[in-house]
Ligand binder design. Structure first.
Ligand code: ADP
Length: 228
């Protein structure tokens, strides 16, 4: 479902952040992306939702070649991809409910379906009782759960997460991982950049390791691998 073929990315400042990525991620896989800071992990995953455009090569998601996608088609692509960030990116003036409903309002779902679906995903992340609260009334872990609920409300085939536990304490990080696990068990592909060694070494999945813009390791049920 996600394919990269001979993908290169050069930023305008001349930095080569991708030097020939070749990967194939199948529907339903859970993939960790690991590597030192500046290795190219964010660049790798940003090219999967066209936040960055590859300079050369092919990036295909759900059969669509993202390198050929016009800018105005990008919002349509994003509807089929859930994205979760380290810093949550919730809208501070909207309630928990509204933050999640927003993604469905823009695609003009009926109010009845919106309510049903928002309550379903809030139930999944165990935050139904906080639907009327604002993001700044929630803990970091709760905000990340809202952000996860928002990312899956459209039922995307894939979720892409850039260090989703980066701002959370260890216990909260495990809670968030459990939600990712549950989403993955239901068939959603997960691609997650992370620095969390303990999680990668405990909840085993495929590991793609990147260094200097190159994939240096790609293992099923891999380890984190790097020294601290
Ligand atoms: P990681 O996520 O592994 O920390 P990144 O993909 O963010 O790595 O960065 C890879 C390299 O590309 C780094 O050298 C970084 O400085 C550079 N880089 C990232 N984003 C940009 C950008 N928008 N403009 C120029 N250089 C960038």
């Amino acid at each position: 479902m996600i394919k990269m073929k001979d993908v290169y990315k050069q930023y305008p400042n001349g930095i080569m952040a991708a030097n020939g990525f070749d990967i194939h991620i199948k529907q339903g896989e859970f993939v960790y992306v690991v590597g030192p800071s500046g290795a190219g992990k964010s660049t790798f995953i940003k090219m999967m939702y066209r936040e960055e455009k590859a300079t050369r090569g092919e990036v295909t998601v759900n059969g669509i070649d993202l390198t050929k996608l016009k800018a105005k088609q990008v919002p349509y692509l994003r509807r089929n991809i859930g994205v979760v960030f380290q810093d949550f990116k919730l809208l501070p003036t909207l309630t928990v409910y509204e933050n999640i409903a927003f993604a469905l309002e823009v695609i003009e779902e009926s109010p009845k379906n919106i309510q049903k679906r928002v309550m379903e995903v809030l139930d999944l992340v165990k935050l139904k009782h906080k639907a009327r609260m604002f993001p700044d009334e929630l803990s970091g872990g709760e905000q990340q759960r809202v952000s996860l609920a928002r990312s899956i409300v459209n039922k995307p085939k894939v979720i892409i997460a850039d260090e989703p536990t980066g701002n959370l304490d260890p216990e909260t990080s495990w809670e968030i991982m459990n939600v990712f696990e549950e989403i993955n068990t239901q068939g959603t592909t997960v691609v997650m950049a992370t620095h969390n060694r303990e999680i990668v070494n405990t909840i085993k999945h495929r590991v793609i390791a990147i260094e200097n813009g190159r994939i240096v390791r790609d293992e099923q049920r891999g380890d984190y691998g790097y020294e601290a």
